[in-house]
Design a protein around this ligand. Sequence first.
Ligand code: PLP
Length: 315
Amino acid sequence: MSFPKTEKIWCNGKFIPWDQATIHVLSHVVSYGSAVFEGVRCYETAQGPAIFRLREHMQRLRNSAHIYRMDIPYSLDALCQASLDLVRENKLSACYLRPIVLRGYGDAGVDPQNCPIDVYFACWEWGQYLGEEALRSGVDVCVSSWNRAAPNTLPQMAKAAANYMNSQLIRMEAKANGYSEGIALDVNGYISEGSGENIFVVLNGAIHTPPLANSALPGITRDSVLTLCREMGISVTEQMLPRETLYIADEVFFSGTAAEITPIRSIDRIKVGAGARGPITKRVQDAFFAITSGKVPDRHGWLSPIGVANGVAVR
Ligand SMILES: Cc1ncc(COP(=O)(O)O)c(C=O)c1O
């Protein structure tokens, strides 16, 4: 698949043509993985294009950078504005945004502090991450032979490029064995998350998800699912989950900006529940997509219309 190019990329405060958003091969990030990034979706809603949970994504970007002692020279408001401007500039209605903060060309050694910090925001049209059918029918996944990074190694609360070397191992192994995705355990064998998704398990009508201490990314979709479940009166807990919970669960689903809410129908070729999307997963999907499509009022303020400064409605 070739990249679905758009016209412009936002680079350090200016728009530049897509093809000019290039870096030197000796940029720090290339050898040492020193970048933090985000994945954000803009939805086509009944009221026009709107970015989902923009401020939370930009705050996580700033948090990821802060952990790695990277000073982003833009305020939270400026980063939100750059995202809105980018979508508008590219005349897109529904798209995926990829903000990246990286250590550029400077020193040769590991110490990054003499390398410039460059900020790029790109966007493109991107459909269903795990395939069109996945949202309806669910995906077949495996438990990965690769674990998530141990606590106090690579910080998993940072969405850092280097973490995705581990995600690549998980994803490639899953694909090589005929699965759509892999579920990683943490170093102690407890369920952590997918290579690019958080995970939820439904057991006896209640929903459980691993806490962040099990090396899971603080997913913004995860947070949205927790909120929606509580509103719907579905019991939801963040708790450590042994691997075997996956095999006895009634339903399992992934959450993520790219994967949205994707049902899992089998794990290691063992059917999950009836081997199809379950009723609670469907309820969560319906509640989630009702908001992202603008079909119900945005009661949480999760949507930032692209035509409005900072995504906050000016009254
Ligand atoms: C490793 C990992 N876990 C979880 C998620 C889900 O996070 P979010 O819902 O914020 O996209 C992602 C995607 O960003 C991810 O890459």
